[in-house]
Ligand binder design. Structure first.
Ligand SMILES: NC(=O)c1ccc[n+]([C@@H]2O[C@H](COP(=O)([O-])OP(=O)(O)OC[C@H]3O[C@@H](n4cnc5c(N)ncnc54)[C@H](O)[C@@H]3O)[C@@H](O)[C@H]2O)c1
Ligand SMILES: O=C(O)C[C@H](O)C(=O)O
Ligand SMILES: [Mn+2]
Length: 540
């Protein structure tokens, strides 16, 4: 191998950690500073450099440079400083990274850009990108629904890269086995269409049959080029996200993170909240604010859980109320999505005629659980929180929207307005809140808490399908980590321990796959099999 190849391959490069013997063998003598460092010395030095960067975006750029040069060092640093680095490489900073993509562009970070204008190149592109590696996991986005910030076209490649980083940092998914992909089908973002520096296809989004044909070609090609791949869909627009999942979930091993990952983390958070309050799930009234991809995905997961806990489908359905742009959703509305329809209510259930404003809806419905997936900032007001406190002792309030500027609420407000009674979680990281002498830990209800372990389980089992039961098992596996007797306990386990509970999630998924006959891998010892699939960021 050419010496330059080793130094330029982030999966092989050790930088200053190449020993003098390795330098001799690989022809690197004199191509690096003379001092040989240990990995830990490199980590310490890189961490100190990181501290000199002034803004989250500058820190992100520095960390991307490390990622692009030396992946072992990058992930070792990431894992050692996980709570600090996660928000820099993922939510919320990733939102700014997407918006600034063209302005900041230097290099591609081993991502793949599949253009709807050149469909014939797809198979060769995937082979080129893999360069002989076995690809076990792909994250693909078409960038139409990035977090809550909307359509960012090809810029959304940063989301695929970021999601995969979290897979590796949190669950040890081997970076040699992953591929981040953007499906560039155009953009309807006027700012990008007018921007001379925009790097994507500068035309409007292709829709309809041509779009679905492209998606289908992608699925067929990925499955052919990478047998047994786990295909993770991220941040598609509302219509396409559900349509794609519904079409492929019984055909291939696939997962929509916004629908299913979010369903897992919210259900786990609700189960955590109920174990604090002692209330029963089957007695909760559930209000979804923002009934789009995530909102309906989560509602469906909680709905299924209520049935597992003994309610009939009809009884369970009575506990759900969905609110979208139109207000409370009624079955006579002409523009309901297929995912909203099953939960739409009948007008005659209510004496009120105007149920468009969230505060009025809360007063009428009296929800005990309020989950925001609307991308509408500050919509969970004092009035709403205080209404909920009038009829329920411990209201469950999750403000899921990302990034921070779009969150439905600030945790500190929810705690104060409810006099410490609300059981709170937020999609973005929020600091603990001290109120009247109690410190409330704020669980981060972000799918990042769960999808890495889920993917690790799927890969370990070489699961044929990702079933509903596997998803349900993943949600339940998060119970018992937090000491709920502790005053101010969070409803979800902390991000600081995220690495420690991913194997637990993975094991639950593997066991379920084995039971359901969906595992294509023979496994005797589940914990050992999971551990064997975890890559460690250390030099060979
Ligand atoms: N915390 C997490 O893990 C997580 C996961 C997925 C999505 N999210 C967040 O949820 C938000 C929505 O994401 P999505 O993928 O579901 O997007 P989406 O576009 O599919 O859904 C958003 C929904 O909100 C509705 N909406 C818009 N304005 C509204 C208003 N004023 N009142 C009521 N409803 C309104 C839209 O019509 C749409 O149905 C984003 O901010 C995203 O970051 C968080
Ligand atoms: O990316 C995140 O932080 C969570 C979620 O997938 C989202 O779209 O907001
Ligand atoms: Mn997402």
């Amino acid at each position: 191998m050419q010496p330059q190849t080793v130094l330029n391959d982030p999966l092989l490069n050790k930088g200053t950690a190449f020993t003098s013997k390795e330098r001799q063998t690989l022809g690197l003598t004199g191509l690096l500073p003379p001092r040989v460092q240990t990995l830990q010395e490199q980590v310490t030095q890189a961490y100190a450099q990181l501290q000199t960067k002034a803004t989250p975006l500058a820190k992100h750029q520095f960390l991307m440079q490390l990622f692009n040069r030396n992946r072992v060092l990058f992930y070792q640093l990431f894992q050692q400083h996980l709570t600090e680095i996660l928000p820099l490489m993922y939510t919320p900073t990733i939102g700014d990274v997407v918006e600034q993509y063209s302005q900041q562009f230097i290099e591609t970070s081993d991502a793949v850009y599949l253009s709807i204008d050149e469909p014939e190149t797809m198979a060769q592109t995937l082979k080129n990108a893999a360069a002989g590696r076995e690809i076990k996991m792909v994250v693909a986005t078409d960038g139409e629904g990035v977090l809550g910030i909307g359509d960012w076209g090809t810029n959304a490649v940063a989301i695929s890269v970021g999601k995969l980083m979290v897979y590796t940092a949190a669950a040890g998914i081997d970076p040699r086995h992953v591929l981040p992909i953007v499906l560039d089908v155009g953009t309807d973002n006027q700012q990008l269409l007018a921007d001379p520096n925009y790097l994507g296809n500068q035309h409007r989004r292709v829709r309809g049959a041509a779009y679905y044909n492209f998606i289908d070609q992608f699925v067929q090609t990925v499955e052919r080029v990478f047998p047994h791949v786990f295909l993770h869909w991220e941040d598609f627009g509302r219509k396409n996200a559900a349509a794609i999942l519904n079409h492929y979930q019984d055909k291939i091993t696939t997962f929509n993170d916004d629908i299913q990952g979010t369903g897992i983390v919210v259900l786990a958070g609700i189960l955590g909240a109920l174990s604090i309050s002692g209330a029963k799930l089957t007695q909760q009234r559930y209000l979804c604010f923002g009934a789009g991809t995530a909102g309906t995905g989560v509602a469906k997961r909680v709905f299924q859980e209520m049935q597992q806990q003994g309610l009939s489908a009809e009884q369970a359905r009575q506990q759900f109320y969905l609110v979208d742009k139109q207000g409370l959703l009624f079955d006579d509305m002409p523009d309901l999505t297929p995912e909203q329809k099953p939960f739409a209510r009948q007008r005659q259930e209510f004496s009120q005629t105007d149920l468009t404003d969230l505060a009025a809806i809360v007063k009428a419905v009296k929800p005990t659980i309020l989950v925001g997936t609307s991308g509408q900032p500050k919509t969970f007001t004092k009035e709403i929180v205080q209404s909920m406190c009038q009829y329920t002792e411990r209201p469950i309030i999750f403000a899921m929207s990302n990034p921070t500027k779009l969150s439905e609420a600030i945790a500190a407000d929810l705690i104060e307005w409810s006099a410490g009674n609300a059981l709170v979680a937020t999609g973005v990281p929020q600091a603990p809140v001290t109120y009247k002498g109690v410190t409330y830990e704020i669980g981060q209800a972000n799918n990042a808490l769960v999808y890495p372990g889920l993917g690790l389980g799927v890969i370990t089992a070489r699961a044929k399908r990702l079933s509903d039961e596997m998803i349900s098992r993943a949600a339940h596996s998060l119970g018992g980590i937090v000491d709920v007797a502790q005053p101010g306990a969070a409803v979800l386990p902390p991000v600081a321990k995220v690495m420690s509970y991913q194997p637990k999630i993975a094991a639950a998924v593997v066991k379920c796959a084995l039971t359901q006959g969906l595992a294509q891998q023979k496994i005797d010892d589940v914990a050992m099999a999971v551990a064997a699939n975890q890559w460690q960021p250390i030099y060979n």
